[in-house]
Design a protein around this ligand. Structure first.
Ligand SMILES: Nc1ncnc2c1ncn2[C@@H]1O[C@H](COP(=O)(O)OP(=O)(O)OP(=O)(O)O)[C@@H](O)[C@H]1O
Ligand SMILES: [Mg+2]
Length: 262
């Protein structure tokens, strides 16, 4: 039986909205009644903070890093924390040592896949938030999920970051015999200038087969982060809820043939 749909939110460029998009897509799926397991794979732990679980970032071992290296030595209770909208595999300060620690493993790029195999039962979606660089952690997210949500700012630097990302994904596919699909492009922090419109047109031209979502610059998204929740559970309403709901519904269409494993 098929397990949960797995997605990662990736762009090696920093500060483009990966964590914001990951949390709010998870919140939208929860709003549609789905069980979501969220994985904060970023050593910065921003999603861990933005879901109000920052105390887990300083937990003593065993942590996510230990679980990646030896899933059987760690109980899910040590790394999976409850949030009102989802369950969360929190990041930890020791993830800063992950690049060198994981590189020493023989199957360095497939450790997350092995970990998820053991803990994802009962969930319908697994959403992985990635760090802002390409390397062994992002490789793990891409290989484990094979589905990619890409946030990008409506500014010219996004052209090159998307090119670099697709080149990188292409090499990873060849090296690891995986097929990684871009499932959504999220133009983020859009304002109302001519430059924003030009970049939206460029995204549509460059990736005609990837659904494009338009997330405007909204302080409500920052406030929800500070409150430790998605916009769906935050007190303040925002018109961006409809955008994240539309993205979640597209995921539902795409992955509806999957069944829950328990
Ligand atoms: N649509 C938006 N409107 C307003 N603020 C936003 C929006 N999207 C993101 N932000 C803010 O921009 C900052 C960066 O966003 P976020 O942390 O989600 O990016 P990131 O890609 O995860 O960053 P990093 O590369 O460091 O992981 C945060 O302060 C966030 O609240
Ligand atoms: Mg982030």
């Amino acid at each position: 039986m098929a397990g949960p749909a797995r997605l990662c939110v990736t762009n090696q460029k920093g500060g483009v909205g990966k964590t914001t998009v990951a949390i709010n897509v998870a919140g939208a799926l929860n709003e549609l009644g789905r069980n979501v397991l969220f994985v904060d794979l970023d050593p910065q732990g921003n999603a861990t903070e933005g879901l109000g679980l920052l105390e887990a970032y300083d937990d003593e071992p065993p942590t996510l890093l230990d679980a990646l290296i030896d899933p059987e030595a760690v109980s899910p209770d040590d790394i999976v924390h409850s949030h009102s909208e989802m369950d969360v595999v929190t990041s930890n300060i020791d993830m800063n040592a992950a690049a060198s620690a994981l590189a020493r493993q023989s199957n360095a790029e497939t450790l997350l896949e092995d970990l998820l195999d053991g803990i994802e039962e009962g969930y319908e979606y697994v959403i992985v938030d990635c760090p802002p660089h390409l390397g062994v952690l992002t490789d793990n997210a891409l290989c484990a999920t094979e589905n990619l949500v890409i946030p990008a700012l409506t500014e010219p630097t996004s052209k090159r970051s998307l090119e670099l990302l697709f080149d990188y994904v292409g090499s990873l596919e060849m090296d690891h015999d995986v097929e990684i699909e871009p499932v959504a492009l999220v133009a983020n922090r859009i304002e109302t200038t001519r430059e924003d419109e030009e970049m939206l047109a460029w995204f549509e031209d460059a990736l005609p087969d990837v659904p494009l979502y338009r997330v405007r610059k909204r302080v409500a998204l920052q406030r929800a982060f500070t409150d430790g929740k998605s916009v769906f559970e935050a007190d303040e309403e925002t018109d961006m809820e409809t955008v994240f709901t539309a993205l979640a519904e597209t995921l539902e269409d795409r992955f509806s043939t999957r069944e829950v494993t328990a």
